[in-house]
Design a protein around this ligand. Structure first.
Ligand code: VG1
Ligand code: CO
Length: 543
C-alpha cells in the first residue's frame, strides 16, 4: 500500500465547539475536509506516532467511510495500532473507557451526538486524548490554528478494513484490532454495580423501559439489561442502530422522547423509564408519573452513590456545569464534600476527575457520569438508578419526594432559541452584558438580584482560564437566570436561557415546573429581553 502525501488547502472553519467539530454531512464530504482535520491532529498531538488509537462512532451516516479514511491516515502517520469497534460502533463512554484500558494515545469518536443523522443530517468528530477525556481548550485551539495552515495530508492508498470481522488485521505496518463494542464496557459496569441485586429486582416483577432511539446504545442495552440482568426483551425499544436514527432526533428529553414520557404517565407504566442519545452519553430518567430533571438526578445520585458497590469508599467531591441547577450543592454540603462549578462541556471535568478531586459530575443537558470514564455516560446513569431502586426498594417517586423534603426542590427549565441570526444572538448577549453591573440590588417581583456576572473559570488543577462562559444573574439561594450561546449547533446560532427556582417549604414541593417557573420567565424577559430583541414569541424548545 503506497504512502501518499496529498496536497490540500485549508478549510478555515475547523474550530471545535463544546464537544468536537460538528457540521452538516455535506461539509464533511468535501474533498480533503475530514483529512485536513485529522492531519492537524496527527501533526499537533505527536504522542499518536508509535501509540495506539481508538476509533468508533455512533453509527450515523458517513461513519464507516470516515473510519476507513481515519485508519488509512493513522497508518500513514505512524500509529502503531488502531482499536476499532465492530461495525464501526462505539458509544462515547465506551470509547473513553477503551482509551483508558488500552492506554491509547488518543481516540477519534465519530459523532454529532443527538443531532439528526442521515445524508442531510450532521456529522462530527471528537478528539479524545490519552486518559480518555476530550481534548482541552488549549489543545483544540492549537488544532484549529494548525488546520488553518495545513498544506498536505498523509494517507495510505488502497486501504480497506473489514469492520465486521473481529480480531487482528494489518494495514501497512500498523495493526488494526476490531473489538466487540460492548465487552469491555460491560465488564466495567459489572465492577461498579450490584448485578445480582438488580437481577433480583427484575425477578420480583419490577420493570424498565429503555429507549435507545435507534442510536448507538441498542447493543449496550441488549447486553446489560436483557442478557446480563434478565430484563424481558420488551424492556428495550428502538434498539437497532440505524444510519439515520430512524429519521428521529435521539435527544432524550421531554420533547424528543415524548412517547416515553407518555408511556410513563400511562396506566401500567414500568418502574423506570430511560433513554439515551445518539452517541450514548446522555440519559433521561423517569419514574411512574414523574420526570427527574438532570440536575435532580445528579443530586439524588450524589446522595445515594456510596450505597453502590463501586462507590462504597464515598465520594471525593462532585462537580456540575455552571447552568446546572444547584440541587447537588445542597447534598455536597450535607455530606461535607466540595462541589465545583465548571463551564459547560465535559472537557472541564477531566482535570478534577484525574486529580481525584471529584467522583461524580453532571450537566443540565441530560449528562451524568463518574470517575469510571472521562465522558458522560447514559447507560451508566440508568444502571446507577436501577441499582439505587433495587438497593433501597423505593420507587423513583419516593426517592424524589424524600430528597426534596430533606434538601428542598429546584424547579428548572432550559429555553432554547434555535437558528437565530448570529448577529441577533450576539446582540442579546451584549445587551445583557452591558447591564450586568447595574443589576445587583435591583428588585424584580419577589426576587432581588444579589450577583450578576460573566462566568469565567480558573481550573483549580492546572490554573488554565476559560472566559466568556455565559452570563448569570443570581437571586441569592432563591433563583438564578443564565444566558449563553450554544457551541454545538450547525445551523445559525442557538441561544440558551436557563431558569432555576429553589423552594424548601413542605407546601411548595409539589408544583408543576412550568407553573413554578412562570414568574421567573417574566423576570427573565425584563432582564435579558430575549423575546424583545429576537422577535421570537416563544422558545423553540423547552426542556
Ligand atoms: C450542549 C450542552 C452541553 C453538552 C454538549 C455536548 O452544548 O449544553 O452541556 O456538554 O452539548 O453534549 P452547547 O454548547 O450546545 O450548549 V453531547 O451529548 O454532544 O456530546
Ligand atoms: Co451525546
Amino acid at each position: 500500500m503506497p504512502l501518499r502525501e496529498i496536497a490540500s488547502k485549508p478549510y478555515p472553519d475547523q474550530k471545535s465547539g463544546t464537544a468536537g467539530l460538528r457540521k452538516k454531512v455535506a461539509v464533511f464530504q468535501q474533498p480533503h475536509y475530514l483529512e485536513n482535520f485529522l492531519q492537524s491532529i496527527f501533526d499537533v498531538d505527536t504522542r499518536l506516532r508509535g501509540g495506539a488509537l481508538v476509533i468508533g462512532g455512533d453509527g450515523r451516516y458517513h461513519n464507516r467511510t470516515a473510519i476507513q479514511t481515519a485508519i488509512a491516515m493513522a497508518a500513514a502517520n505512524g500509529v502503531s495500532r488502531v482499536i476499532v469497534g465492530q461495525g464501526g460502533l462505539l458509544s462515547t463512554p465506551a470509547a473513553s473507557h477503551l482509551i483508558r484500558t488500552r492506554r491509547a494515545a488518543g481516540g477519534f469518536i465519530l459523532t454529532a451526538s443527538h443531532n439528526p443523522a442521515g445524508m442531510d443530517g450532521d456529522f462530527g468528530i471528537k478528539y479524545n486524548v490519552a486518559g480518555g477525556g476530550q481534548a482541552t481548550e488549549g489543545l483544540t485551539d492549537r488544532l484549529y490554528e494548525h488546520s488553518k495552515q495545513i498544506q498536505r495530508y498523509r494517507t495510505l492508498e488502497g486501504v480497506y478494513v473489514d469492520l465486521e470481522r473481529r480480531g487482528l488485521q494489518t494495514v501497512g505496518s500498523m495493526e488494526v484490532e476490531v473489538v466487540d463494542c460492548v465487552d469491555d464496557y460491560a465488564a466495567l459496569m459489572q465492577m461498579l454495580f450490584d448485578f445480582d441485586r438488580i437481577r433480583d429486582w427484575f425477578k420480583r416483577g419490577h420493570s424498565l423501559r429503555f429507549d435507545a432511539m435507534h442510536a448507538v446504545t441498542g447493543p449496550y442495552a441488549q447486553r446489560l439489561f436483557v442478557d446480563l440482568l434478565g430484563a424481558p426483551l420488551s424492556s428495550i425499544q428502538n434498539a437497532s442502530p440505524l444510519e439515520d436514527f430512524g429519521g428521529g432526533h435521539p435527544d432524550p428529553n421531554l420533547i424528543y422522547a415524548r412517547h416515553l414520557v407518555d408511556l410513563m404517565h400511562s396506566e401500567g407504566a414500568p418502574d423506570l423509564g430511560a433513554a439515551s442519545d445518539g452517541d450514548g452519553d446522555r440519559n433521561m430518567i423517569l419514574g411512574r408519573g414523574i420526570f427527574i430533571s438532570p440536575g435532580d438526578s445528579l443530586a439524588m445520585l450524589c446522595a445515594h452513590l456510596h450505597e453502590l458497590p463501586g462507590y462504597r469508599r464515598g465520594l471525593a467531591g462532585v462537580a456540575r456545569s455552571m447552568p446546572t441547577c444547584r440541587a447537588v450543592d445542597h447534598v455536597a454540603k450535607a455530606l461535607g464534600m466540595t462541589c465545583y462549578e465548571t463551564p459547560t462541556g465535559w472537557k472541564f471535568f477531566a482535570n478534577l476527575l484525574d486529580a481525584g478531586r471529584i467522583t461524580l459530575c453532571g450537566e443540565e443537558s441530560f449528562g451524568t457520569s463518574s470517575d469510571h470514564v472521562r465522558e458522560k455516560d447514559g447507560v451508566w446513569a440508568v444502571l446507577a438508578w436501577l441499582n439505587v431502586l433495587a438497593a433501597t426498594q423505593l420507587s423513583v417517586r419516593e426517592i424524589a419526594e424524600r430528597h426534596w423534603r430533606r434538601f428542598g426542590r429546584h424547579y428548572y427549565a432550559r429555553h432554547d432559541y434555535d437558528e437565530l441570526p448570529a448577529s441577533t444572538a450576539t446582540q442579546v448577549m451584549q445587551t445583557l452584558a452591558s447591564t450586568l453591573l447595574e443589576l445587583p440590588g435591583k428588585r424584580f417581583g419577589d426576587y432581588t438580584v444579589t450577583d450578576a456576572d460573566e462566568f469565567n473559570y480558573r481550573d483549580p488543577v492546572d490554573g488554565s482560564i476559560a472566559t466568556n462562559q455565559g452570563l448569570r444573574v443570581t437571586f441569592g439561594e432563591a433563583a438564578r437566570l443564565i444566558v449563553r450561546l450554544s457551541g454545538t449547533g450547525t445551523k445559525g446560532a442557538t441561544l440558551r436561557l436557563y431558569l432555576e427556582r429553589y423552594e424548601n417549604n413542605e407546601t411548595t414541593l409539589g408544583w408543576k415546573t412550568s407553573e413554578a417557573l412562570a414568574p421567573l420567565v417574566n423576570v427573565a424577559e425584563k432582564i435579558a429581553r430575549v423575546a424583545d430583541i429576537t422577535g421570537r414569541r416563544a422558545p423553540s424548545v423547552v426542556t
